[in-house]
Design a protein around this ligand. Structure first.
Ligand code: GCB
Length: 609
């Protein structure tokens, strides 16, 4: 009996160790490493019955002792008599990065499993470690290298990686990914969202080569509310954990060496003398180099402080108004997820044309490149996790998933000056279990990063002509942020909405996260006719009049920059599966309301100079 007990413990330890070995901690700025891109054409097999994953008794092939039998074997018949009912070589291809819905017409509405396979050649050098990196796969990804399972990841928008040192071969290799975008109640997000559930390998894939002991993570940012100190840490991973680490920012005259402790960690705290602070007007980025004995990595980092003082938002100690717009990770011209730097740049350029200094990257983690562009182009950012609408508040696994996605969001982008707000969710319904869930997320965000604001998009409720904001979650947040749809979902047509007043319980800066209404580009009628550009234009004018009565108003991100696809939007004439609240149409044409918001922002720019 005792023997069995020990055997079980030993077994448990072995399995724990191997699963830890699979999940390498995320590497900071991994694309700056020596990488082998695996972007391009991948063969794919659509598998609605998950035939490549389960046998006819519905047992998973990869749970059997041999671990074989699934499509990830990428098998070929050995002779003319052998039966194999799939063949990647003869299967069509999809472009990676890119969702499947926008690439293959018959997959436009598909939700389920698609298998991807990519063959590639690798050079394997002694003394180097190799990390297979996926920037995003929606939603559940099972990853196999040369027929062996590396692991599984859940979460459609955050990056993940597997260490493949010792598994990657010199010469030909193949990777198979089972990507499954089936929606489930207990996941993050849950079954119900107002966006298209684009499936597939939607962002970059590559293998990074790092030294045996490498710089796994670093934070190099101004200290909390302190423009005179750079604070942060460097974390090494590997066998040689005690090293001298040098931080070099030549243009700021900073060069400092610190020693990592036995866990590979070194804390940084450096006084800064003269530095040009990052802001939308001056998006100054410094070349930063972090070098350990065995590794070195370069980045471009901006330095700024952000804080709340009463009802003001202070950027570098000066009150700012957040002239913003909400954005989805979608290119309307492609009818799909953004695929390239050009796509991302187009969206941010549109925001700049509206004279924005701020964007809300709704409702989930966006591409890392988007944040780097925001840094360069001078746009402050609200970054968010897909804790959206009614999720399973009481399921501990659901909470853990949300916390993992929040951790992924903050860890990846901790050095981006553009990000000023971490958002823990959107329009979540008030209840005790939800308050606990969201409260824990808020504390988690603060424990990971104390230098940025923590917020969430709340809701209003109404009594007569009062729109009330008193969600108890507001206590735990730095901003009062809410979505309100006066003139669209409530309050009648736009002409009557200026009679509403806001009754806000909290004495904090008010940053409206959403308002808006649908307009079909090119459809003209009077201002009381739904779906017309005139209706949307009147709505924006009167929203601005109504919201300007809020004395603590310090920003807004109306919904939304561009029309986007949503299965919830079914009107056969005006919507056809498009949410038409964009200020720019699906062909890139600016609607009338675009110019209303732009002139409001032009005025505000002068006011806050
Ligand atoms: C909201 C949601 C957003 C929707 C929008 C709408 O409140 O946060 O995701 O797309 O309303 O158009 O109804």
């Amino acid at each position: 009996m005792r023997k069995l007990h020990y055997l079980l413990i030993a077994l448990l330890l072995v399995t724990m160790k191997s699963s830890i070995a699979q999940q390498a901690p995320l590497i900071q700025n991994i694309q700056a490493r020596n990488v082998l891109s695996l972007n391009g054409r991948w063969n794919y097999i659509v598998d609605p019955y998950e035939n490549g994953y389960y046998d006819y008794r519905h047992e998973a092939f990869d749970a059997t002792t041999s671990g074989t039998g699934g499509f990830y074997d990428d098998k070929k018949p050995k002779d003319k008599g052998e039966l194999i009912e799939y063949d990647f070589d003869y299967s069509p291809t999809l472009n990676v990065p890119g969702d499947w819905n926008s690439q293959v017409e018959k997959l436009e509405m598909y939700e389920g499993t698609v298998w991807y396979r990519r063959k590639f050649n690798a050079a394997v050098k002694p003394g180097k470690r190799y990390i297979l990196y996926f920037a995003a796969v929606n939603y559940e990804a099972h990853v196999y290298l040369n027929g062996k399972k590396l692991g599984m990841h859940k979460g459609g928008f955050n990056s993940f990686q597997f260490e493949v040192t010792g598994k990657l071969k010199a010469g030909e290799n193949f990777i198979v990914v089972k990507a499954d975008n089936t929606r489930h109640q207990d996941e993050i997000p849950t079954i119900n969202t107002d966006w298209w559930n684009y499936g597939g390998i939607t962002r970059d894939v590559f293998i990074a080569e790092v030294p045996d002991t490498y710089i796994a993570d670093y934070k190099v940012q101004l200290a909390k509310n302190d423009a005179a100190h750079i604070e942060g840490y460097v974390q090494l991973n590997g066998n040689d954990l005690s090293q001298d680490v040098t931080l070099n920012i030549p243009e700021a005259g900073i060069k400092t060496t610190v020693k990592t402790d036995a866990t590979g960690r070194a804390v940084i705290n450096i006084p800064v003398r003269k530095i040009s602070y990052w802001s939308p007007e001056n998006p100054k980025l410094y070349s930063v180099n972090v070098a350990a004995g065995t590794d070195n990595v370069s980045d471009k980092i901006g330095f700024r402080t952000i804080q709340v003082k009463g009802t003001d938002i202070m950027l570098n100690g000066k009150s700012v108004f957040l002239r913003g717009i909400s954005i989805h990770d979608e290119n309307p011209l492609l009818k799909g997820r953004n695929r390239s730097t050009g796509d991302l740049k187009m969206l941010l350029t549109w925001a700049k044309e509206m004279n924005c200094n701020y964007v809300r990257l709704a409702h989930y983690q966006h591409n890392e490149e988007m944040l780097r562009l925001a840094d360069e182009m001078g746009l402050m950012v609200w970054a968010e996790v897909p804790v959206y609408w009614t999720i399973s508040w009481e399921n501990p696994a659901t909470y853990q998933n949300a916390e993992n996605q929040l951790t992924g969001l903050i860890t990846r982008d901790i050095n981006r000056a553009s990000i000023i707000v971490w958002s823990i969710g959107n329009e979540t319904p008030v209840s005790e279990p939800r308050l606990k869930f969201m409260g824990n997320l808020a504390s988690k965000a603060r424990s990971l990063d104390n230098t940025r604001l923590v917020a969430a998009a709340l809701e209003v409720h109404r009594k007569g002509n009062e729109a009330i904001v008193d969600d108890p979650l507001g206590e735990k947040l730095d901003l009062v942020s809410f979505n309100e749809y006066a003139g669209w979902y409530w309050g009648g047509d736009p002409s009557g909405i200026t009679k509403y007043n806001f009754n806000i319980k909290y004495n904090k800066p008010v940053v409206i996260t959403e308002f808006g209404g649908d307009a079909l580009s090119g459809y003209h009628a009077d201002a009381n006719t739904r779906w017309s550009e005139e209706y949307q234009e009147a709505l924006y004018k009167n929203q601005i009049a109504m919201l300007s009565k809020i004395t603590a108003l310090r920003g807004m991100t109306p919904w939304i920059l561009a029309d986007f696809r949503s299965p919830r939007r079914q009107h056969p004439v005006y919507q056809t599966f498009w949410n038409r609240k964009g200020l720019i149409s699906e062909t890139g044409k600016k609607k009338q309301a675009f110019f209303v918001l732009k002139s409001f922002y032009d005025e505000l720019e002068k006011k806050y100079k």
